[in-house]
Structures are given as C-alpha cells and as structure tokens.
Design a protein around this ligand. Structure first.
Ligand code: ADP
Ligand code: MG
Length: 248
C-alpha cells in the first residue's frame, strides 16, 4: 500500500445530463488526515462525497483507495463500502430499529459479526458518546444531536478506514452543534481519517489538516488552515467565506 495517501482523487468529473457538477477535481487524503471541504450551496460537495463511496457513479476520472481505482469495473462495491463510512446531514437512522439495532445491523448483516459481540461493541461505542441509557429507544425519541451521535457510532461500528461527513451539523439546532463537533474532534485526535463537508469555519480552522474550497466544479483553493485563513484569497474563496459565515 502507498504511504502517500489513503484516498487519491484524480480528474473526477460528474454530470447529471447536461449539468456538469464536478468538472475536474483532484486531491488526496493521507491516513489520519482530516480534510474539510468548503464551498457554497450547489458547488457539488455532496455529489463528490457520494462519488467517493459510490452512491453516485462518476462520469470520468479515478478514485484510488489505497492502490485500487474503485471506479473500475472490477471493484466489489459492497466490500469497498465497508471501508468508507458516511454520516449524513439528516442522520438517516433506521426509524423502526432501536438505537442499538441501528448500530449492530450492518456489522451483523454485512461483516457477519456475532450478535453478542456486535452488541458489546455497540454498547462500548454508545458509552463513549454518553448514550448508553438510550440503547433501547427508537430514534424518533432522541434529539437531533443525539440522533447524529448515534449515526456517527453506527458508521464507526463498521470500523471504517475513512469517514465521510456531509454537513453533519447543518440540520441541528444551534445548541446541539457543539456536541457533534466535540465528537468529531475526538475522532480526529484518535487518528480517524475524515473528509468533512461543513460550514463550521472554526472547526475547519482548528481541526483540519487541509482545507479544500470547491467552486464551479473545480477546487478553487487548497491548503493548510494557516494558508487558507491568512494568505490573500481568491474571489470565489472570499465569496464562499462570506456565505459560510452568513449561513450560520
Ligand atoms: P452541494 O452539496 O455543494 O450543495 P450538490 O452536490 O448537492 O451540491 O449539488 C450540486 C448540483 O448538482 C446542484 O445543482 C444540484 O441540483 C445538482 N444535483 C445533485 N444531485 C443531482 C441529481 N441526482 N440529479 C440531477 N442534479 C443533481
Ligand atoms: Mg450538500
């Protein structure tokens, strides 16, 4: 396996009919790195994440996971997805499963982990985010922040190599944003590789190793938080920063 990157995206393009959403996207993510993706609404951020875990089929380009181009015909998508967890804006928990069932479902069904073992791991993970007492309730009885913590745990239970976050705090009431960012910060400190689409500029600034600004299907700017926040910025980046701030 290459030491250089865990994921390397080369000339990724995606169109929906005539609409070219991703035009030419290239960047890489090293193991343990946190990459924050910023950009105004409609920039193609979700589409890019969805291409990375193959919820969406790219039009052209390559996405290397370790040394395999996962856009190739030979890729076993089901197997590949086990390595790539995803956390959505709107949690997307199974409504008719309890919290613990939400967490153990994929490990049991897809990874064939024994039921008792999956439950044990699930309870340990719930304990880490302070939700052990919620294990037997249904998602609808939880706050948004609690649901999102469960969604993160559900992704972690598969022991992924990388976690993709698509605006994980955008659907939350302001008072719950902090608890999710805390969990994500902890994950980052524990060495989890993460690609995070977010409008939380402070998180991007303080937690990420690299920031990517998407604009008009391209990467308008890419750099360390220091570079992005201190050096003179391009017009799209300035515009985007303004929007990100006013969005909050
Ligand atoms: P972002 O997450 O940055 O707000 P998206 O990736 O959701 O942007 O969307 C980028 C563009 O692609 C938008 O113009 C959106 O309408 C379009 N789009 C996204 N998904 C589809 C789809 N399944 N079919 C057609 N157009 C889509
Ligand atoms: Mg989006």
């Amino acid at each position: 396996m290459s030491d250089e990157y865990l994921i390397k995206i080369e000339h990724l393009a995606k169109s929906f009919g005539d609409l070219a959403v991703l035009k030419d996207i290239s960047f890489s993510v090293k193991k343990g790195e946190v990459v924050c993706v910023l950009g105004s609404s409609g920039a193609g951020k979700s589409t890019m994440l969805r291409c990375i875990n193959r919820l969406e089929e790219a039009t052209s380009g390559s996405i290397f996971f370790r040394d395999e181009d996962i856009l190739s015909m030979q890729t076993n998508v089901k197997k590949y997805r086990q390595h790539v967890g995803m956390v959505f804006q709107r949690f997307n928990l199974f409504p008719f499963k309890t919290v613990l069932e939400n967490i153990t479902y994929a490990p049991i069904k897809i990874k064939h982990v024994k039921k008792d073992e999956a439950k044990k791991i699930g309870m340990e993970l719930l304990n880490k985010v302070g939700l052990t007492d919620k294990c037997n309730v249904y998602p609808s009885s939880l706050s948004g922040g609690q649901q999102q913590r469960v969604a993160i745990i559900r992704a972690l239970a598969m022991e992924p190599d990388v976690l993709l976050f698509d605006e994980p705090t955008s659907a939350l009431d302001p008072e719950m944003v902090g608890e999710i960012l805390e969990v994500m910060k902890k994950l980052a400190e524990d060495g989890m590789t993460m690609i995070v689409v977010t409008h939380e500029m402070d998180f991007a600034r303080n937690v990420s190793d690299k920031i990517i600004f998407m604009h008009d299907g391209y990467i308008a700017e890419e750099g360390t938080p220091e570079q992005i926040f201190t050096e003179p910025e391009s017009e799209p980046v300035r515009e985007c920063k303004m929007k990100c701030v006013s969005y909050r």
